[in-house]
Write a protein that binds this ligand. Structure first.
Ligand SMILES: Nc1ncnc2c1ncn2[C@@H]1O[C@H](COP(=O)(O)OP(=O)(O)O)[C@@H](O)[C@H]1O
Ligand SMILES: [Mg+2]
Length: 481
């Protein structure tokens, strides 16, 4: 099927001379406002380079954007309930746990904490729900995944509306700025950390950001630190790797996590979502220590488990949503954003899913229980993997998902080190909506939608991770269709 196209915000192509000049201006704007990342090839703490971005804001239907925003608190609450339903998590994950060592280790931490008795009942969620438009279904949004751990780019993308206002004026189209929504994701996400800090209510407590050994996406993390420091000069933030947490923290008799003599109020994970980030047992020990402590975790281990692909698939199965939400208009709106999701367990349904995917592999994506991009299989690889795993228990670690076919948009991707002017390319966009929630099993203290991000990739690329170098940062240009 040929993919339909959404109209770009201004007529394209842009005249070459104007294009070169506007790209130069936009790059400088980006560099001077932290739309940047560290250079992976020539890493230096003294410099950042531009993060890939698209020159113009990409079109997105206003009704679908509004729908995604309205649904965010509903999805926050749904995931909160899922995370607090031990039986559902166990039942949903049990087959994957047999074959997926990483998920099993996370689950093991959860079991240990539960056996011991939970010290901190509150969890902080800084979530992001991701969507692609389904072009054969009138460009209605379909959920790609729900991120409960280290959901990134809320900070950098909060700067983008200002950048695009500047770009649009340079192109002589200032009148179109009204169609570009503001984005307050950074302040919204930080307000979640601050509220959790205040609920912890211990003067002189500190906050830990759990970070990688080397942070390439440094701007997106540091902006949170700057924002919190500005709003709350009393809150000290430490950046620590899991290895450093192992070496430098301890639990006191009240199960407070102590760093440099101070209790830790909030632990915000920007790392810890993939196996490589736990190179030894030390990192797992550190994770367990944090989970056992009274610190409020973002995410707590059960929030992280609720964000697995397996849970997403289970929620889409007939009748499951209704066990978490009462039947009604809101529930059917949530069901409407789900696309076909199938378990590959060894049962009748799993066999049917295997047959279906082998018959038409192009229509599906095969996903393991991993985060961070680059793990999914597409097209011929789906077929090959299913033929290989068909009779192996390994297949239960995967889910099968209907492939979403988004509409094309035309645009220019600006990349560090790439030739100027960039070529006019066919692109597709993925919307992410940020949500904040704080609560425990009995009470939700705050639950809101706080902002968005758009990232855009070449139409023929399977994945669009910006940190992985495939996607480009973007901001929606709302269309009234
Ligand atoms: N069902 C799908 N249809 C089309 N593209 C998909 C689908 N699922 C995932 N993708 C693409 O793959 C990327 C990564 O998949 P995702 O489920 O978000 O996993 P990860 O946890 O690795 O980010 C998405 O950002 C999207 O570009
Ligand atoms: Mg993703």
């Amino acid at each position: 099927m040929s993919q339909s196209r959404l109209a770009s915000c201004i007529p394209l192509p842009i005249d070459n001379k104007l294009l070169i000049s506007v790209v130069e201006k936009a790059k400088d704007w980006a560099l001077m406002h932290g739309v940047g990342m560290r250079d992976k090839k020539h890493f230096s703490k003294d410099s950042i380079q531009i993060a890939p971005f698209v020159l113009l804001p990409s079109p997105f239907p206003r009704t679908e954007f509004t729908k995604a925003i309205e649904l965010q608190p509903v999805l926050n609450e749904l995931m909160h309930k899922v995370a607090h339903n031990d039986e559902f998590l166990e039942k949903t994950l049990q087959n994957a746990l047999q074959v997926d060592d990483f998920t099993a280790k996370l689950y093991d931490v959860w079991l240990k904490v539960r056996e011991e008795g939970i010290t901190q009942s509150l969890s902080l969620g800084l979530f992001r729900s991701d969507y692609l438009m389904q072009q054969p279904d009138s460009n209605r949004i379909k959920q790609v995944e729900f991120n409960t751990v280290a959901a990134s780019f809320g900070a950098i993308t909060s700067n983008l509306p200002t950048m695009y206002r500047y770009v649009m004026r340079q192109l002589g189209h200032g009148e179109l700025i009204k169609n570009m929504p503001e984005n307050r994701a950074l302040s919204g996400l930080c307000s979640g950390i601050i509220e959790a800090y205040d609920l912890f209510a211990v003067p002189s407590a500190v906050v830990i950001f759990v970070v990688e050994e080397v942070s390439y996406n440094i701007c997106d993390q540091r902006f949170h630190e700057f924002e919190i420091s500005e709003k709350r000069p009393d809150i000290m933030i430490y950046r620590k790797t899991l290895g450093e947490i192992y070496e430098e923290t301890e639990l006191n008799d009240k199960k407070q996590l102590i760093l440099d003599g101070q209790p830790v109020a909030v632990v915000y994970y920007r790392s810890g979502y993939e196996p490589d980030q736990y190179p030894s047992t030390k990192e797992w020990d550190a994770r367990l220590r944090v989970e056992r402590s009274s610190a409020i975790k973002c995410p707590s281990i059960h929030y992280q488990l609720a964000g697995t692909k397996k849970v997403q698939q289970a929620l889409a199965a007939p009748g499951v949503l209704e066990t978490f939400m009462s039947e009604g208009a809101v529930t059917s709106r949530v069901r409407d954003i789900f696309t076909g999701l199938y378990s590959l367990d060894f049962d009748e349904g799993g066999e049917r899913a295997v047959e279906m995917a082998l018959a038409d592999a192009e229509k599906f994506v095969l996903k393991p229980q991993r985060e961070g991009g680059g793990n999914n299989l597409y097209g011929a690889d789906v077929r090959e993997a299913l033929l290989r795993m068909r009779h192996s228990r390994e297949r239960a670690a995967y889910i099968l998902m209907e492939r979403i076919l988004p509409p094309l948009v035309s645009g220019y991707v600006v990349r560090p080190g790439a030739a100027v002017p960039p070529p006019l390319s066919d692109l597709v966009s993925e919307l992410g909506i940020f949500g904040v929630i704080i609560g425990n099993k009995d009470k939700i203290y705050c639950n809101r939608q706080v902002g968005h991000m758009l990232r855009t990739k070449l139409a023929d690329a399977n994945e669009g991770g910006v940190a992985a170098g495939l996607g480009a940062l973007d901001s929606p240009y709302l269309l009234d269709l």
